[in-house]
Write a protein that binds this ligand. Sequence first.
Ligand code: HMG
Ligand code: MG
Length: 291
Amino acid sequence: MSRRIEIVEMAARDGLQNEKAIIPAADKIALVDLLSDCGFARIEATSFVSPKWVPQLADGAEVMAGIRRRPGISYAALVPNMKGYEAAKAAGADEVAVFLSASEGFSRANLNCSIAESIERVRPVAEAAKADRIPLRGYVSCVVQCPYDGPVEPCAVARVTGQLLRLGCHEVSLGDTIGRARPAEVAAMLDVVLAVAFPENLAGHFHDTNGLALDNIRVALDRGLSVFDASVGGLGGCPYAPGARGNVDTLAVADMLAAEGYETGLDRRKLALAAAFARRIAGKDDARRSA
Ligand code: HMG
Ligand code: MG
């Protein structure tokens, strides 16, 4: 039997959060509904962060209320603090995701606090999620490079990953936030992180600025990871990660995995439809996409 790999779909959150022109909630809802047809088990639908920091996703509650929830799909929301957690819970998020950085510079830029302070902000969220029995996912950003601090030591990634797991995250997604990691760097980072975490508790979150995301996924697959974040249409980026390009394209990951004999359960034709829609609402010019 072929090995099952899960792709967690990011387009509605990471994919859209960096778009300057505000996209109507109805379009975001339609995107999530299209994604719900594709075969994903988890879709990150929105975030509940400060609307001053990420205006594009200020409509998270409206999006969560408007989507047609398909049984068996977990609709996740990203939260930075208790305020976000309470909003995500009220909106019926099936999973909440907290996010930290392995580098101080990005922590300051993205969360306006140090790494140590961000862990203290996550602690009550983790306690509340446990009490409410809402699965908690964690992200670590800048696992190889930081746009502010430069190269990031693997032991810094291992340290925050361990902290997130001890706080109760069932899975920690390791983010190459600026999409510039090389496979050898990803391998070196994973070898250190895998000393504190089992591969089944890790996911890979690769942005694709340098076109090496698929190679980085292969490195992670070889080390036993079986969950990868991706975004239809290759959309994505963080407003506080200058120079970063989109998440790795879901269709490209699904095709690579299929070619290499892995099972994803995703419908290629429906992914292509969702990708075209996502790129249209984000105002992307498809003619130039593959350039
Ligand atoms: P701050 O300004 O230091 O916080 O921001 P504050 O507590 O002083 O609050 C400022 C204002 O925001 C207040 O409102 C709060 O009520 C409000 P005011 O009194 O001025 O009217 N506020 C909120 N409103 C709604 N929902 C909330 C919330 N929290 C505070 N949850 C803060 C600190 C963490 C809030 C801010 O820095 C923030 O929201 N940052 C989020 C940035 C973000 O979303 N970045 C993108 C997601 S991370 C990412 O993309 C990386 C990832 O994909 C992995 C990878 O690629 O590496 C996950
Ligand atoms: Mg990201």
